[in-house]
Design a protein around this ligand. Structure first.
Ligand SMILES: [Zn+2]
Length: 230
């Protein structure tokens, strides 16, 4: 039974290592996903900056068109003969000037937004660079861990072969069947009259059986092997 316990310790380590090994790709994905979020954040800021720049160009073009329009009205005024016609053009000029003032206000506001967007882009660019560094380090550490796990597994599996060789084949087979079915352990220690695996109360006869070194006793509740130090 002590040999089975030692084997179980080895099996538990193998199981833990395999689980950790299997989890590595997911952990890698999670780490890299952090980078995606940063890249998306930067792209968003860059789009906002580009939008502001485009808008400013647009406003400047509209302003320029306004000035040209005013010039055209002035040229027309030189040729106009009637007082009413002159006044109508003067009104058009005033309206266009007002429109230009509106465009200039919008340009100023958009320039402020552009400067802010430039700041955000800069901040996010720096944050991304830092995150890239951190992610690279974490991935490297994870790869190192993967190597260490492979070595530990190899050692534990070799150890298991040696340990299993000392155990009677029928006991080994029964133990292996139970271990495969349980998340934690195949062997449960009897503690204060209860099974250490499922924590159910055991009958005095079962406890007596569990103490015998030459028999395998199963818990009637969870079917784990019961063990009680002699
Ligand atoms: Zn039990």
């Amino acid at each position: 039974m002590e040999q089975l316990l030692a084997l179980q310790a080895c099996d538990q380590e193998i199981r833990r290592l395999r689980k950790e090994e299997a989890d590595i790709p997911l952990r890698k994905q999670q780490i890299e996903a952090r980078l995606n979020a940063h890249q998306e954040g930067l792209a968003q800021a860059e789009r906002a900056l580009l939008e502001a720049r485009t808008r400013i160009k647009q406003l400047e073009a509209e302003t320029e068109a306004g000035h040209q329009q005013i010039q055209k009205f002035r040229d027309q005024q030189l040729q106009i003969k009637t007082n009413d016609g002159y006044k109508a053009l003067e009104k058009e000029i005033a309206t266009t000037q007002q429109k230009i003032r509106g465009l200039e206000d919008q340009t100023l506001t958009t320039m402020e937004a552009m400067e802010e967007a430039q700041g955000v882009v800069q901040t996010r660019r720096e944050a991304l660079a830092k995150e890239q560094e951190r992610v690279a380090q974490e991935i490297q550490a994870l790869e190192a861990r993967r190597g260490a796990i492979a070595e530990d597994l190899q050692r534990a599996e070799a150890e298991r072969i040696t340990k299993a060789a000392d155990i009677a084949p029928d006991w080994l087979a029964r133990y292996e069947r139970i271990f495969a079915k349980q998340h934690d352990a195949a062997i449960a220690l009897v503690e204060r009259g209860t099974c250490g695996g499922c924590h159910m109360k055991l009958s005095p006869a079962q406890i007596l059986d569990a103490r015998k070194p030459d028999t395998l006793t199963l818990c009637v509740h969870c079917s784990r092997l019961l063990y009680l130090a002699p």
